[in-house]
Design a protein around this ligand. Structure first.
Ligand code: 5GP
Ligand code: ZN
Length: 114
């Protein structure tokens, strides 16, 4: 996807504070952090959202979660607790149509979410 902002970050065309990268996933700090720690994890492959994920993406989707947990550990928020968020669609507040998992932590969270 030529004009997808997260594809462009994945390709290195837009600078980002990358905290993890391999052939399948990239993780970078959110430009508008919602907590002391806020990292976004994306698959390199352009998948518009979890709604579009297919059977063949099962391992990749699982990897996003495991990388998220590892980043939380590395960022020092694993013991205090953190939240993993996937916003799907407009009503959930999805603003970038490239599947991503948010890791947010370093502060107390509220439930239910807004
Ligand atoms: P969504 O609202 O789709 O769940 O999350 C998209 C997230 O991407 C938002 O938290 C937003 O701040 C972040 N974001 C959007 N554009 C950029 C960018 O160019 N760089 C970085 N680092 N984060 C971005
Ligand atoms: Zn994309």
């Amino acid at each position: 996807m030529d004009d997808c902002v997260f594809c462009r970050i994945g390709r290195g065309e837009i600078p980002a504070d990358i905290v993890y990268k391999d052939d399948e996933v990239v993780a970078f700090r959110d430009i508008n952090p919602q907590g002391p720690v806020h990292v976004v994890i994306i698959p390199v492959e352009h998948i518009p959202g979890i709604k579009e994920a297919e059977e063949r993406h099962q391992g990749l989707v699982g990897k996003l979660m495991l990388v998220a947990a590892r980043i939380a550990q590395d960022e020092g928020i694993a013991d205090g607790g953190y939240r993993l968020v996937v916003n799907q669609g407009r009503e959930a507040g999805q603003s970038v149509d490239h599947l991503h998992v948010h890791v947010i932590g370093g502060r107390a969270m509220h439930w239910p979410p807004g």
